[in-house]
Design a protein around this ligand. Structure first.
Ligand code: ADP
Ligand code: MG
Length: 288
């Protein structure tokens, strides 16, 4: 049977916008050693703004490049895709798109107006042997090719969430190790890591690499110590499932993430992780 005190803990958590799907997860939160974060949508707002559009010589105009990118990203739910469609800002005609294919951790491959379009990161360009230019500005870069020819890039910038630095600071004071795993570039990952004071940053990871990083952390701790993974679920449901406690951002997160998670943070605030641990500690002291 489940001790009654657990219901009190789960109830208290739900009042703070933290949905805990079982008393075993509440109990596990007492023994957290690592708090591992996804970046986009978890520590950052996932609301990117286009800050630069660069076309390669004798190619398209900036407006044409943005239009192609918006069409290429038409079917994607990734926050990057959304920001490009918002920057384009015009009504779109779906009949111009054929054969949409999203390549997890890379970008998209699709036909627009009968042309083969790739839109994604340097990994995608390297995979397709397309030579790309170095972006002039810091930020997440989406490179675009048309029929195998490099056409230019779009730079977009995200912002860290208001409470992210405080959340990391509190967790570190509680003795937790804070780690960020991201599919984004080293430059972007390290900049966010410095801003937030994270203990470790691992960048340019594919979804399966994120699972491998969790496994590496597992080998560095005692069996009693637990790993929490916090994500928004775009590409990271395997990691949510693999961690001892998978936490999803409920507002921004995908339905798949909310389904796969053990704990859902309804307010999307990273500071709620420490709150959940505090509730777990209080619950344990009442129950035992
Ligand atoms: P994160 O770990 O930051 O949540 P993801 O695993 O979702 O990132 O994506 C990793 C990287 O893959 C992104 O930073 C981006 O470079 C690229 N990418 C993923 N999806 C898309 C897309 N729809 N369009 C362009 N690039 C994408
Ligand atoms: Mg993600």
């Amino acid at each position: 049977s489940i001790p009654l005190g657990f219901f009190g803990g789960i109830g208290a958590a739900s009042k703070s916008g933290i949905l805990i799907k079982g008393s075993n997860y509440l109990e596990a939160l007492n023994d957290v050693k690592y708090v591992v974060f996804d970046k986009t949508g978890t520590l950052t707002k996932g609301a990117f703004k286009v800050t630069d559009i660069h076309t390669s010589h004798d190619g398209l105009t900036k407006d044409q490049l943005l239009e192609l990118a918006a069409y290429a990203e038409f079917h994607s739910t990734h926050p990057i895709a959304e920001s490009i469609r918002i920057a384009f800002g015009k009504a779109m005609d779906e009949s111009r798109i054929e054969g949409y294919n999203e390549i997890s951790g890379h970008g998209v491959h699709v036909k627009v107006d009968g042309k083969e379009i790739l839109a994604g990161n340097t990994k995608l360009m390297n995979k397709e042997s397309i030579t790309y230019e170095q972006p002039a500005q810091a930020g997440t870069t989406v490179h675009i090719s048309v029929n195998g020819q490099y056409a230019g890039y779009i730079t977009i910038a995200d912002e860290v969430k208001e409470d992210a630095a405080e959340a990391i600071h509190t967790l570190k004071q509680m003795g937790k190790k804070t780690v960020m795993l991201t599919g984004d570039s080293k430059a972007v990952g390290e900049a966010v890591g410095r801003t937030l004071g994270l203990d470790e940053v691992h960048a340019e990871l594919l979804p399966q690499n994120k699972v491998e990083e969790i496994e590496k952390l597992e080998s560095k701790k005692s069996p009693k110590e637990k790993i929490v993974f916090v994500g928004d679920g775009i590409n990271d449901t395997p990691v949510l499932a693999r961690a001892d406690v998978g936490m999803a951002m409920g507002g921004l997160g995908s339905d798949a993430a909310i389904e796969a998670a053990d704990v859902v943070i309804m307010t999307d605030e990273p500071s709620k992780i420490a709150s959940a641990i505090h509730i777990a500690q209080r619950t344990r002291s009442i129950v035992w």
